[in-house]
Design a protein around this ligand. Structure first.
Ligand code: UDP
Ligand code: MG
Length: 312
């Protein structure tokens, strides 16, 4: 099969028929063998019966229904596992992403040898202050921290070579960072394509203000996991050691002052308390490192490496 299109959706009943018809028009014109995997993330409206209806008319539409709402990442992860195509394209269900982009995204994977290509909503039709500006800042930070030069990490429209989606695990709210997960899994050839973006035609956005807190925290997790996930002691231990040494020097110095020079009132001095504080923080960090190390030793994927080729 040439192409799998994965669409995570939550309460998008009005958009689905139009979306399916549009995708079908494009992919049939191009002559791909394809499947459309719609993952209903616990919708409370009639999305699921719309999907069943679409499936009965076009068996290439496949549906997966969650019992409750788990989030976009869960939808993508389960959708990815189900794909059979050589190229996998994800898109949002709300008609903000245009199916006309599919052929070019497909071609960039197939012919230009990209592992993944991320859409870039260069001209964006979303509210300025709640969506566009925060997203610019967020993308700038993500570029600095990850070294991946994308303008629009979180664009719902992306294409992947099948190898990539079978190697990355999208959990929590990590759908924002799939390029980072892909790079971490060893897929370095990450491209970008400017894509059309429309205003939301039906329904409302599913991501509110909570994303301002969750997005940055997830970015920190992703970076930490990619650098120190398999060796947490190197992070906590190093930091802990620095703190410990500083605290030890401070308290050692004060003790010397007291013992050798009979200095009075060292317990009155702010430095004394700082010394204790830093020493305790250092010890805590060290212990955290040990605990994290023990946990990662027991993690099921501690020896999970992605093998590209093998000569036997
Ligand atoms: N979505 C989902 N589960 C959720 C929230 C969103 O599957 O819990 C889907 C949603 O139906 C849409 C896509 O994720 O297909 C992007 O969501 P939305 O358009 O609301 O995000 P925005 O474009 O406003 O950033
Ligand atoms: Mg949208």
């Amino acid at each position: 099969m040439d192409l799998s299109i994965v669409i995570p959706l939550f309460n998008e009943e009005e958009s689905l028929p139009e979306l399916e018809a549009w995708i079908r028009k494009v992919v049939e014109r191009e002559g791909y063998s394809y499947e459309i995997i719609m993952v209903d993330d616990g919708s409370k409206d009639k999305s699921w019966s719309v999907i069943e209806d679409l499936h009965s008319k076009n068996p290439k539409v496949k549906g997966i229904k969650f019992r409750r709402n788990y989030g976009k990442s869960a939808g993508l992860n389960v959708g990815f596992a189900a794909t059979q195509g050589d190229v996998v394209i994800t898109m949002d269900a709300d008609l903000q992403d245009s199916p006309e982009e599919i052929p070019e995204l497909y071609r960039m994977i197939k012919e230009e040898g990209y592992d993944m290509v991320s859409g870039w909503k260069k001209v964006r039709h979303d509210p300025m202050f709640t969506k566009n500006l925060p997203s610019k800042f967020y993308n700038w930070t993500a570029r600095r921290l990850t070294g991946i030069m994308l303008h629009d990490f979180n664009c719902g429209l992306k294409s992947y070579s099948s190898r990539v989606v079978k190697s990355v695990e999208v959990y929590g709210e990590m759908h924002r960072y799939i390029p980072v997960l892909a790079k971490w899994a060893g897929f370095k050839n990450i491209g970008e394509k400017v894509v059309q973006h429309q205003e939301r035609k039906y329904g409302v956005t599913k991501f509110g203000l909570e994303r301002f807190i969750r997005g940055p925290l997830d970015l920190i997790s992703v970076i930490f996991m990619s650098r120190f996930g398999k060796r947490p002691m190197h992070f906590f231990g190093a930091l802990g050691a620095v703190f410990f040494v500083i605290g030890f020097l401070i308290l050692g110095g004060l003790s010397v002052a007291k013992l050798m020079y009979q200095e009075y009132g060292i317990t009155e001095r702010p430095l004394f308390f700082l010394g204790i504080l830093v020493l305790i923080i250092g010890t805590q960090l060290f212990l955290t490192g040990f605990l994290a190390e023990m946990i990662s030793r027991n993690a099921v994927d501690r020896n999970n490496y992605l093998i590209e080729k093998r000569h036997e």
